[in-house]
Design a protein around this ligand. Sequence first.
Ligand SMILES: [Mg+2]
Length: 125
Amino acid sequence: MIKKDLIVLAVDDDLINLKLLKSMLMKSGHVKEVIEAKNGSDAIGELKKRDDIDLILLDIIMPIMGGIEMLKVVRADDNLRQLPIIVLTTDETKKSDALEFGANGFLMKPIRNDDLMKKIATVII
Ligand SMILES: [Mg+2]
């Protein structure tokens, strides 16, 4: 079973997606905080600010810094390389890139609550 007090960093340039994701996560009973970031660069900034993030949910297509680029940065950083990352995207063709660059899981949008919680359970020990 997943622990009950996860801190999740949700990264998406679509603010409506971000709100939906946050509401889904908060209702799950496993998440105590959702930190929002609107692109990869924003998200890296959040990761530098705090060391208590348990999981990243990452969109791929974003301005400034997209998801694949962010994966490369995180996986090259000694302090961040172990962080579980699940990629959420509408573009299935990005799956092999996402996994190749270190994503732990991949889900197609639109995201269903059950699928998301199952996927989180597979990446959180
Ligand atoms: Mg996007």
